[in-house]
Design a protein around this ligand. Structure first.
Ligand code: THU
Length: 143
């Protein structure tokens, strides 16, 4: 599949902005929103959810993935992410390593698109392979 069309990118970023409002981030103050697009066109939102014990915190991207997966979805096309302090969009917000690994479990490296935007409204689109080259994947576990 090719990169999502510009209209799809804008629509996903709109949802990611809305999800950023729902972020629960009293400890870092860094609010993140994500919008995950399935192959058949459904969109699942996610926000980061922090915890006073810190380590149980969950990133926006994983919230979106786990919500979609629990809803039975298995095929994904793209995710848009925005983040920043004071619930504003700051610089580009690329996914952390843990979220990249979760994406790698369910998405094809050259066929999953990661979109982020900055506060100037500029966007960057990368494939999963761009962000996680030489990934450790389930094939390597097979005997
Ligand atoms: N965070 C995300 O939700 N996604 C990212 O891509 C980067 C970091 C969250 C985790 C934590 O709640 C806060 O941002 C600061 O690291």
């Amino acid at each position: 599949m090719t990169e999502p069309a510009w209209e799809e990118i804008c629509s996903l970023l709109d949802t990611a902005h809305d999800m950023q409002e729902r972020s629960y981030c009293p400890y870092s103050g860094f609010a993140v929103g994500a919008a995950l697009l399935t192959e058949d066109g459904k969109v699942y939102g996610g926000c980061n959810i922090e915890n006073s014990a810190y380590s149980p915190s969950n990133c926006a991207e994983r919230t979106a993935f786990f919500t979609a997966l629990a809803d039975g979805e298995r095929k994904f096309r793209a995710i848009a992410i925005v983040g920043g302090r004071n619930r504003e969009v700051g610089d580009y917000c690329f996914p952390c390593g843990v979220c990249r690994q979760v994406m790698s479990e369910f998405c094809r490296p050259d066929d999953f698109w990661i979109i982020t935007a900055n506060n100037a409204g500029e966007t960057v689109v990368r494939t999963l392979r761009d962000l996680l080259p030489e990934a450790f994947r389930f094939k390597k576990l097979k005997k």
